[in-house]
Design a protein around this ligand. Structure first.
Ligand SMILES: Cc1cc2nc3c(=O)[nH]c(=O)nc-3n(C[C@H](O)[C@H](O)[C@H](O)COP(=O)(O)OP(=O)(O)OC[C@H]3O[C@@H](n4cnc5c(N)ncnc54)[C@H](O)[C@@H]3O)c2cc1C
Length: 440
């Protein structure tokens, strides 16, 4: 401000040489001010101003390291704590690229594990639901049908299903796609000419039952999703006698067991174990043209009528519509399932025995019936085998929950798992002497 004042005074007095001298003074003053700003105390709060402000060497000019620069204190402070950005900057990698490569790497890993997952090639697996196509549905009675399912795509690995057939009784879960709920079903043994990728389910349609109704309503060609196999009972290798008490669709595991015992376990029929099946149905049509029930005389006892109602459990009475659907017995042929059951007796003559019981005919599996069967098995063994005390014997019960409870007592949930629970019911009253019992 002082120099400007001088300059103005000089012009006002028209003293030009004075003005030139003042301008020179002003210019030199400005240069000094600029120099002092360059060596500003802002860089060094307490230290003296740079004694050689214009002669200071810039690293850009002489190639010396940043530490030799007059501005080094600031640069050292920022590089002392390297941030991830600094590292990426030094490596010339942009964060966007890192994210992109991470996603690509993850997707690559997923594709690799999916390709090499042993479950992927299996027809069925216990982890995921896999698709099958409904090829055929054969009506067995007014309420039940056999569904033929084929795995898609064909040619998949059937190893685990073959293994399940060798072990014993197993099931698959079927998914109802809209409600996303699943129920268990026991596949029927494959017929002689069956494709390995084929599974057959014997399903009774429960009134208001979600999954069973879905399976009875879908059209041929519909995809059905299955998960399994789930082993329900591994048949002991050394079993000699099996008594199988089956209620309704509970015949499916009995046929599985026969398949395992006689198809996979024995080298000759003579060495094979003996299987006796007691099959109870509510309605005549379910086992029509099976052998006449042997115990119908004692079934006339009125008390027994109540027993059937007890094991029928949750299914409740048949609807009027369903009753009208029942074909007249005189026009009926042997059902597909009875045919299969009967064929066992022919194929494995002397080893397999089947008795039918029908509520409508007042024939029931009573305590007396059970006692008689157990006695007759023991009696026949006395005549055929000397080592009978060492024989391995098993009683299996399969059917609706009420049926199993009625004969052997309920199963329990323990620690999130289903356990057998104590033996109760009719079998709980009988001295079983060496027979093991398994509730399915
Ligand atoms: C290991 C295993 C193997 C099996 N194998 C077979 C097999 O081979 N074949 C077979 O047919 N079954 C089999 N079952 C039974 C099967 O899993 C189902 O329980 C059966 O099909 C009924 O299922 P759902 O979904 O149709 O009936 P759900 O919907 O579960 O209904 C069950 C019952 O409750 C009643 N109910 C449901 N909703 C209502 C309502 N709103 N009001 C009143 N009542 C109602 C229905 O009437 C029905 O009787 C097996 C079960 C197990 C555990």
């Amino acid at each position: 401000m002082r120099s400007l004042h001088w300059t103005r005074r000089c012009y006002q007095s028209s003293q030009l040489p004075c003005a030139i001298t003042n301008s020179r003074k002003l210019l030199s003053l400005r240069v000094q001010r600029h120099a002092s700003r360059q060596s500003s105390p802002g860089f060094s709060a307490s230290g003296p101003a740079n004694p050689r402000p214009f002669k200071g060497k810039s690293p850009a000019f002489d190639g010396s390291k940043p530490s030799e620069s007059p501005h080094k204190s600031v640069e050292e402070d920022t590089s002392a704590k390297p941030s991830s950005n600094n590292i990426l900057n030094r490596l010339r990698i942009r964060p966007g690229k890192v994210i992109l490569f991470s996603i690509l790497g993850y997707l690559g890993y997923k594709v690799y594990t999916w390709q090499t997952d042993p479950y992927r090639s299996l027809i069925l697996n216990s982890k995921f639901f896999t698709p099958f196509i409904l090829e055929k549905r054969e009506k067995v009675s007014s309420t039940s049908a056999i569904l033929n399912l084929l795995s898609v795509p064909p040619g998949q690995n059937t190893e685990n299903v073959t293994e399940a057939w060798k072990k014993g009784v197993w099931s698959v879960q079927v998914m109802q796609p809209e409600l996303q709920i699943a129920r268990s079903y026991s596949p029927l043994p494959p017929p002689e000419d069956a494709e390995p990728e084929q599974l057959r389910l014997f399903v009774r349609q429960e009134p208001q039952g979600e999954v069973s109704t879905f399976l009875h309503k879908i059209n041929r060609g519909t995809l059905v999703h299955l998960r399994g196999p789930h082993l329900e009972y591994e048949i002991p290798q050394d079993v000699d006698d099996v008594l199988f008490i089956a209620g309704g669709t509970g015949i499916a595991p009995a046929l599985q067991l026969a398949h395992t015992l006689f198809k996979h376990r024995i080298s000759s029929l003579e060495d094979g174990p003996r299987l006796r099946i007691l099959w109870a149905n509510r309605r005549r049509e379910d086992s029509f043209k099976g052998l006449k029930a042997q115990h119908s005389q004692e079934a006339v006892i009125p008390r027994l009528r109540g027993l059937a109602a007890r094991w029928q459990g949750s299914a409740g009475p048949q609807s009027k519509e369903a009753q009208e659907d029942v074909p007249a017995p005189t026009n009926q042929s042997q059902t597909a399932l009875v045919e299969e059951v009967e064929s066992l007796k022919i194929k494995y003559a002397g080893k397999v025995n089947i008795d039918y019981f029908v509520d409508e005919d007042n024939s029931y599996i009573t305590e007396t019936v059970l006692r008689n069967h157990l006695t007759s098995i023991e009696h026949s063994l006395e005549q055929t085998a000397e080592d009978q005390p060492t024989r391995k014997r098993v009683i299996l019960i399969s059917g609706p929950e009420g049926f199993v409870n009625f004969y052997a007592g309920p199963k329990f949930m323990k620690g999130g798992k289903e356990v057998q629970g104590p033996l109760r019911g009719i079998l709980g009253k009988i001295d079983l002497r060496g027979w093991d019992v398994w509730k399915l």
